[in-house]
Design a protein around this ligand. Structure first.
Ligand SMILES: Cc1cc2nc3c(=O)[nH]c(=O)nc-3n(C[C@H](O)[C@H](O)[C@H](O)COP(=O)(O)OP(=O)(O)OC[C@H]3O[C@@H](n4cnc5c(N)ncnc54)[C@H](O)[C@@H]3O)c2cc1C
Length: 164
């Protein structure tokens, strides 16, 4: 690929690149939504980077084409699949109810911010690094927080951290 090629970035999130690891700080307003994005969009213009907000349904590698949910077909010379990760949604009844969330995308964080506004107590399932970052943000806004982790040895703090 040379420096004159066009680059299209397709994302099924409605945003340009943002600092995903910082979304959790929206909870305690330690950062604003604006702080998550690049200060200057110049890098996109300078490199002829175009954002397409859609979901990729299919890649037909024989034809070097991708199909978007809106029906559009795009041709490519080079394709990088950087589709990332997603939280494991646990197979329980009720996980889709209001007040139950995963926290990976900016839209998840915005939902959590709204939902904890009137909350007193938060339970976090999983004691990994996101839980630890959540802990400090929930504490900052005065919430009682319990973290539940199935592993005997916590990679981070303890079996169950309970501050109430
Ligand atoms: C709160 C939080 C804190 C974190 N802190 C740290 C940290 O301190 N250190 C660290 O190393 N990591 C951290 N992480 C993890 C880190 O953010 C991820 O590992 C990283 O974002 C992965 O980058 P990626 O580019 O591979 O994928 P992602 O950031 O997941 O981006 C992939 C994108 O592809 C999109 N996509 C997927 N499928 C399709 C499709 N079919 N069509 C169109 N778009 C699609 C997704 O919606 C997403 O926007 C944190 C994550 C979170 C949520």
């Amino acid at each position: 690929m040379d420096s004159t090629g066009d680059i299209s970035i397709i994302s099924n999130e409605d945003y340009q690149f943002y600092k995903r690891s910082k979304i959790i700080n929206l909870i305690s307003a330690s950062c604003s939504e604006d702080d998550l994005f690049l200060k200057s969009k110049k890098i996109y213009d300078d490199n002829k980077i175009k954002f397409i907000y859609d979901h990729v349904l299919k890649v037909t590698h024989e034809k070097q084409q991708i199909l978007l949910r809106n029906g559009l077909i795009l041709n490519y010379d080079y394709l990088l699949i950087a589709s990332g990760g997603s939280p494991i949604m646990l197979p329980w009844k009720g996980v889709d109810l209001e007040g139950v969330n995963t926290l990976y995308r900016l839209d998840d964080a915005k939902k959590v911010v709204k939902q904890v506004f009137n909350a007193k107590r938060v339970v976090v399932i999983g004691g990994g690094s996101i839980a630890m970052k959540a802990l400090s943000n929930f504490k900052k806004i005065g919430l009682d927080i319990s973290i539940i982790e199935k592993a005997w040895i916590f990679r981070y703090y303890s079996f169950i951290i309970q501050n109430s």
